[in-house]
Design a protein around this ligand. Structure first.
Ligand code: PMP
Length: 421
């Protein structure tokens, strides 16, 4: 028995399903997950010493490779000074300034510890600031595992959400309206019916949790106009695409400025740090200045802040250019040729998905029509060729900005073989 399989057996006795987050269990693709022993740059090694080219990058949180020397140094130096104070620090001010400098919508920002927290707080703030209860979300967008947003849609254009999990009260889910992504007419309809009760609209400006699906032309602009007209807040959840698709995130890339923005993954440099921010007059509603309560013992944790600063510092305009080039190479050499085999894709910069269906999807319902069996075969074959992909058709693939020409060639050649076998 491999060491990974032995660890999985042990884990299943003491951890539900053997994993600390469900997608790690490989349920969508079958087989057993390798247990990861270490990472260096773009490579991961499992407990049995097999090496993989990492295209998960901790679900997007590691843009500059594993054990990045500057990040490790920053964490070590910070750890030597104490790991948590629960009090203000100079470095967290620097990080807030770095975020406000980069992300166009963010005039003020508050740090927290996970993307789930960031969207949970943003939703409360939107409700507190507007005095309204309803939240609109898009079918297939994921914003973390909390009650208000872990809801799925039924059929129909606008559906009052049903709970996405046992344990979520129907009365809570009923405060969330779910409409299809990339469908402005559906948004107009929901505002025509409930406009004066809608606190905010939250979406991933580039969907990454139904595979990578960019917004269709005019969609983000349309949502911006609609929310402004009705006095609702537009919330971009940039936990996944933030700091990845542009220095100033998707809002800079598309030129649409939301009221609030949630951030995670890259902004934490691989440590548990996330953030939400936006218009100063909206952020002013937060305690201690305003009445909307939000807090966290480990918020602005010194180690996480050190990793975050060391990461953002390295993400220079040159790195973004190079990152784009890596993505373009994979598109030209693998994705475009793959369309000749009845497949389709979307790519935005360094995030992309190959869809096992002939027409590229623009919403969740369309992704559901992919050939999931064929995806699972491709995934397993890629793993056998030493390429570590996200274990679901509903996930985006992430490229590291550190990938060299040789890494890119190895990736393209491995992906081509995986598609053939
Ligand atoms: N929002 C988006 C867009 C995400 O992709 C995720 C996680 N994949 C979250 C929120 C939740 O973040 P976390 O897992 O850090 O709680």
């Amino acid at each position: 028995m491999s060491r990974s399989d032995a660890l999985l057996s042990r884990a299943q006795k003491v951890i539900p399903g053997g994993v600390n987050s469900p997608v790690r269990a490989f349920k969508a693709v079958g087989g057993k997950p390798p247990f990861i022993a270490k990472g260096q740059g773009v490579t991961l090694w499992d407990e049995d010493d097999a090496a993989y080219l990492d295209c998960v990058c901790s679900w997007g949180a590691m843009p500059l490779g594993h054990a990045n020397p500057a990040v490790v140094k920053a964490i070590e130096e910070s750890a030597a000074l104490g790991t948590s104070f629960g009090a203000p620090t100079a470095r967290e001010v620097m990080l807030a300034e770095a975020i406000c400098d980069r992300v166009p919508s963010v005039e003020q920002v508050r740090l927290c510890s996970s993307g789930t927290e960031a969207t949970m707080h943003a939703v409360r703030l939107a409700r507190g600031a507007t005095g309204r209860d309803l939240i609109v979300k898009m079918d297939g967008c994921y914003h973390g595992a909390h009650d208000a947003l872990l809801v799925g849609a039924g059929s129909g254009v606008a559906t009052f959400a049903i709970p996405g999990s046992p344990g979520i009260p129907a009365s809570v889910a009923a405060q969330t309206l779910v409409i299809p992504f990339n469908d402005l007419a559906a948004a107009e309809e929901v505002f025509a019916a409930h406009g004066e009760k809608i606190a905010g609209v939250i979406l991933e400006p580039i969907a990454g949790n139904m595979g990578c699906i960019p917004p269709v032309e005019g969609y983000l602009e349309g949502l911006r106009a609609l929310t402004s007209k009705h006095g609702s807040l537009l919330i971009f959840d940039e936990v996944m695409c933030g700091f990845r698709v542009a220095r100033g995130s998707a809002q800079e890339r598309y030129g649409v400025i939301p009221d609030l923005t949630t951030m995670g993954k890259i902004v934490g440099g691989g440590l548990p740090l996330a953030a939400f921010g936006g218009r100063a007059d909206v952020m002013d509603h937060l305690a201690p200045k305003g009445p909307v309560y939000q807090a966290g013992t480990l918020s602005g944790n010194p180690l996480a802040v050190a990793a975050a600063l060391a990461t953002l510092d390295q993400l220079t305009p040159e790195v973004y250019d190079r990152w784009e080039e890596i993505g373009r190479t994979v598109e030209e050499e693998f994705l475009i040729p793959a369309t000749k085999q009845g497949l389709s894709y979307h790519r935005v910069g360094s995030m992309w998905t190959l869809f096992f269906k002939d027409e590229a999807p623009h919403n969740f319902a369309s992704v559901q029509r992919c050939d999931m069996g064929r995806f699972a075969k491709f995934f397993q074959s890629a793993l056998n060729h030493g390429i570590y992909l996200p274990a679901s058709q509903y996930e985006a693939i992430f490229l590291s900005a550190l990938m060299t020409k040789e890494d890119t060639e190895q990736l393209v050649s491995g992906l081509r073989k995986s598609l053939r076998s």
